[in-house]
Design a protein around this ligand. Sequence first.
Ligand SMILES: [Zn+2]
Length: 266
Amino acid sequence: MSYSLTWLPKVLLDAGLKVAECPGWANSGRAEMGSVEGVLLHHTATTINSGNMPSLNTIIHGRAGANALTGPLAQLGLGRDGTYYIIAEGRCNHAGPGIWKGISAGNSHFIGIEAENRGDGKEPWPIIQQDAYARGVAAILKHINKGAEYCAGHKEYRLPKGAKNDPNFDMDEFRDKVRQILNGDSPPKFIPKAEPMGLFRSTLRRGIANDSPLVKSMQQKLKIEIDGFFGIHTETSVRAFQREQGLVPDGIVGPKTWKLIDDATV
Ligand SMILES: [Zn+2]
């Protein structure tokens, strides 16, 4: 039996995302979906720290035990490195009872994305995964002709309120990002690059959380206020520095900018 979400890999690939098709995905699903109206976001709440998507088998096959649930548990998995795993092209068991935008049959009308994260607030979301999350959701919404308000967190959809806490990031901020992507005025796609000499530091850009040691170190080197928060002021200083150095002033501290910041402060 094959189902109708055949377009998922192409839509994600066309958005510049990394895609891995799981064997058998094209015939996988509980049944055919109804009309696709939006996307529900989840985190896996894995207990496994290592690996890109240790929950993949569970999402494909379902889980046993007290909260047994027949798989597939979502159409898409999102690995820690931003790879989308295509799991099913039919209906999946991810939503449960709830309501969003007047839609209460969640499994029939929402595509589910399970993103790998412990969900305990201790595992940070890698920037590349956050970026891919927003871009993938935007690509799907664009394909089905819906706005950013048609992506919801499981925690927002699920009833009774408080039954679910995933995903553990701010959904209004997330929808703002999706809206920017849909409007075509989002920042450039995040491309991680290893630095020469094996020295790897994360690429920094506006929005990096408070109190980041790496942001502090960069601010110290640029001789600006050291608060560990990459906000608009830091971004302006980075752009000015890049302009001085003849780089594209994109405000993003990638490998080239890191190197010049280092050189300038030796
Ligand atoms: Zn969930």
